[in-house]
Design a protein around this ligand. Structure first.
Ligand SMILES: CC(=O)N[C@H]1[C@@H](OP(=O)(O)OP(=O)(O)OC[C@H]2O[C@@H](n3ccc(=O)[nH]c3=O)[C@H](O)[C@@H]2O)O[C@H](CO)[C@@H](O)[C@@H]1O
Length: 370
């Protein structure tokens, strides 16, 4: 074990969406809790969500000009090699200045240049892969990374088996214990305490189909006596909030983005959610009945795989994206009318939770530095 009082410098890189950023922040918190004298520097992509969320969590971040390669042929792709070159140069300078003991990559193209430079300088790199299907950047960095902290079985398809550690995804600490938060949560969101609360989550950016499905069913939900806490995502918020306002419905609450996810989970009686890796990991710790509506627009349909890992353990229900608009109300009824099913799903999903993930990742990182 490394000494507790030393100053370690750790760089953490990646982002693009909450699914990469929040695990990165959870790792940083767990590291600082154990090694409070350390310095942490995040590296993200200019203009992306991490440039706002990371400083809000109390850490410094530098942005690289890197951009993702579009799958379609676009003009933007022409500038890709130049941005990559600039990013590698900036990564080189950052590493020279910060002199990290180790570099952590959490996926998303922002982590590519930094880990590439670190690996060429023989600085140990650890990759945290959140999904059941490895992202492109992580696959490209796999050969020289020293450790892979994963959340799903079967990751030896992508990474060398002897360096894989099955830690689970690191989640924010405040959702680990929700038992005494319900009352405060209802108050925080101005919810009624005798109407069931349905929490609707579209992943960190919101989900168009889920929003359309809620729009199609919201009158019915209100008639049934439910109240909805509905995260629309920032791209859809104005339109959805207008529609709620014009409908005159009283118990449908549209929110752009929820900062206090612990309170949202605590308030909920059931959850409708996209099946991004972190949402699934968090919901596994929360232990409430869930209907997953996986996004069909992600590499290798990995959200369906994430959701099916739960469905196969009778730990959640799943509704296909293509059936969501027509089928959401019926699926919600199926769950809300069956309290045994609610209990079973809640208990089974909780068994899948990995509450020590962040701590275990910190231990792997310590082992690399040593
Ligand atoms: C469309 C897309 O590319 N999705 C990917 C993205 O998902 P996305 O970024 O949506 O990520 P996840 O579902 O994994 O996690 C969402 C995170 O955002 C937080 N949150 C969400 C809503 C909100 O209002 N407030 C809030 O704080 C959640 O608590 C969670 O920590 O990264 C994941 C992890 O690599 C992938 O599995 C997803 O397939």
């Amino acid at each position: 074990m490394i000494k507790e009082k030393n100053t370690y410098r750790i760089m953490i890189s990646g982002g693009g969406t909450g699914g990469h950023i929040y695990p990165a922040i959870a790792i940083a918190h767990a590291w600082m809790e154990k090694h409070p004298e350390s310095e942490i520097l995040f590296v993200g992509a200019e203009g992306k969500m991490e440039m706002q969320k990371v400083p809000e969590a109390g850490y410094a971040i530098e942005g690289l000009p890197v951009a993702g390669l579009q799958r379609r042929l676009t003009l933007e792709n022409l500038s890709f090699p130049f941005k990559l070159w600039d990013s590698i140069n900036k990564a080189r300078k950052l590493i020279k200045r910060f002199q990290p003991h180790a570099v952590v990559g959490v996926g998303g193209y922002a982590s590519g240049p930094l880990l590439y430079v670190a690996q060429r300088k023989a600085i140990p790199t650890l990759i945290q892969e959140q999904n059941s299907y490895a992202g492109l950047t992580n696959k490209l960095l796999a050969k020289k990374a020293k450790a892979f902290c994963v959340a799903y079985d079967g990751m030896e398809k992508f990474f060398p088996e002897n360096r894989i550690h099955f830690t689970g995804n690191p989640v924010r600490k405040d959702i680990l214990n929700l038992s005494d938060k319900k009352e405060a949560a209802l108050k925080h969101f101005g919810l009624d305490d005798d109407k069931p609360v349905i929490l609707v989550l579209g992943g960190s950016l919101g989900a168009r189909t889920i929003n359309q499905a809620v729009l199609a069913s919201m009158e019915y939900f209100e008639e049934k006596g439910y109240q909805l806490l509905w995260q629309t995502g920032r791209f859809y918020f104005e339109e959805m909030a207008d529609k709620v306002e014009n409908s005159g419905l009283k118990f449908i609450q549209a929110l752009e983005f929820i900062k206090e996810m612990d309170l949202a989970y605590a308030a909920a009686d059931m959850v409708i959610s996209r099946a991004g890796a972190l949402s699934v990991s968090e919901l596994s710790l929360v232990g409430k009945p869930v209907i997953f509506v996986p996004s069909p627009n992600v590499a290798e349909d990995h959200q369906t795989k994430n959701a099916m890992a739960c469905v196969n353990q009778e730990a959640a229900l799943m509704l296909k994206d293509s059936e969501a608009v027509e089928g959401l109300a019926k699926k919600v009824d199926e769950l809300m009318s069956d309290t045994d099913l609610q209990d079973r799903l809640g208990k089974n999903i909780k068994k899948m939770g990995k509450p020590n993930a962040a701590r275990e990742i910190v231990e792997e990182l310590e082992a690399l530095i040593k």
